[in-house]
Design a protein around this ligand. Structure first.
Ligand code: ATP
Ligand code: MG
Length: 412
């Protein structure tokens, strides 16, 4: 039996990195007044087709889509925003705006597996629905930036921003862009020839080398912005400067999805090879309407948890409370270990484990292998005298103390 290609098993250490990564994110998001949303891992396929657009890489090549036993077409979610937008509409959440939501969970994409690119990966993300202000774009960016700081990697990541303008600006840009690409029509990749018909902006996002070369001389969107779009972007840039959040404007940044407007951004690193984007997002004022809901502004981002964990300072993600190992020496000690373990677990913040298997020497060895901070040998002698020997594993020092002294020591 083998794992499916592009999936992972996480054992103790890795799981704890992921758990602590998620916790750091939850804490941050809650500080910003966000509340959690959990949506299903699969949806009707049209949820993704409508939101992400048929020409997006995700929908055209990467989804896990299947017929269930009643012939419904279902798709494993490749990202979080579409499901949240669906919930917004189907659960009537328009009554509750503004909504500030965060989520986490597995996502599925049929991609060529490599480092930082998996078929089941995990995202954390935020979505704000019902607030149409560049201030909220900044709050979202700031939340991402603060999260990178918390896990010790803000120096390794830089923020790129761009604006796509409003619908009017984009339509104007589209014309300019089509006129430009028509000149290179024969050189464009097969995918980009299709994009030229359906969604020329996406060519800017192409990973094909020839396309990339052509893109270097493509006209920039900033030149097509109308006044209000320009003002929106200028306010954003000014505020980022005031807040001392470092960034650069990247005119090539368009994001792959149809529904973005105004602000788009990515936190990128050079330390993960070509899988360099760690946080990606933007404003998507058109999304809810595209799906048949009421016009509702939105902004958010998603981050790949595997990429964040890979980059993170692991000492920050290793937040385990220290361990007390109880080593039963005989039958009386076994039951006493259970009793004492229970008391220590409920009255102190330590982790407490009873060590199993072999004689006392072997169990002490196991306690040491588990990196226990303290070990206590417990047998009929200890029970009789009501005194316990506590060994500090790092120094080998041993002190004998009464139960109440012991509890006081570990409660501190
Ligand atoms: P990329 O350009 O790397 O393919 P993307 O534009 O497809 O990324 P998004 O859809 O914006 O990515 O997803 C947000 C984040 O999720 C990415 O920035 C990345 O950190 C992570 N991510 C996306 N696809 C994968 C994957 N297959 N494996 C691991 N992480 C991923
Ligand atoms: Mg991708």
């Amino acid at each position: 039996m083998q794992r499916v290609r592009g999936t992972q098993d996480w054992l103790e250490t890795e799981s704890s990195y992921f758990r602590n990564m998620e916790r750091a994110f939850f804490d941050k998001a809650q500080k910003y007044g966000f509340g959690e949303i959990r949506t299903p891992i699969f949806e009707h396929s049209e949820v993704f087709h409508r939101t992400l657009g048929e020409t997006s890489d995700v929908v055209s090549k990467e989804t896990y889509t299947f017929q269930d036993r009643s012939n419904e077409s279902l798709t494993l979610r490749p990202e979080g925003t579409a499901g949240i937008a669906r919930a917004f509409i189907s659960e009537g959440l328009a009554q509750k705006i503004p909504l500030k939501l965060y989520y986490c969970g597995p996502m599925f994409r049929y991609e060529r597996p490599q480092k930082g690119r998996l078929r089941q990966f995990h995202q954390i993300g935020v979505e704000v629905l019902g607030i149409e202000s560049y201030l909220m774009d900044i709050e979202c960016l700031q939340l991402g930036y603060e999260l990178l700081k918390t896990i010790g990697i803000q120096q390794k990541c830089h923020l790129q921003i761009n604006t796509l303008g409003d619908l009017e600006s984009r339509a104007k840009y589209r014309e300019t862009l089509v006129a430009f690409y028509e000149k290179y029509k024969n050189d464009l990749s097969a995918d980009s020839k299709v994009r030229l018909e359906k969604n020329p902006l996406r060519i800017l996002d192409s990973k094909d080398d020839v396309d990339k070369k052509i893109n270097q001389t493509a006209p920039q969107l900033i030149t097509s912005l109308n006044d209000s779009s320009k003002k929106y972007f200028d306010s954003l840039v000014a505020a980022l400067n005031t807040l001392n959040i470092p960034f650069e404007v990247s005119s090539q940044l368009v994001r792959g999805l149809d529904y973005y407007m105004h602000t788009v951004f990515e936190f990128v690193t050079t330390e993960l090879g070509s899988q360099g984007t760690v946080i990606a997002g933007g404003r998507y004022d058109g999304l809810i309407e595209t799906m048949g809901g009421p016009r509702t502004p939105g902004v958010g981002w998603a981050a790949g948890v595997e990429r964040l964990v890979e980059l993170a300072d692991k000492s920050i993600l290793t937040k385990e409370s220290p361990l007390i190992a109880l080593v039963p020496a005989d039958e009386v000690g076994e039951v006493e270990s259970l009793r004492l373990a229970q008391q220590l677990r409920s009255e102190t913040t330590y982790r407490v484990e009873i060590i199993y298997g072999g004689n006392v020497g072997k169990k002490m060895k196991k306690a040491s292998n588990k990196n226990a901070h303290y070990a206590m040998i417990i047998g009929s002698q200890e029970v009789e005298k009501k005194e316990f020997g506590v060994k500090t594993m790092a120094t080998g020092e041993q002190v004998t103390m009464s139960l109440s002294a012991l509890l006081n020591k570990f409660r501190a």
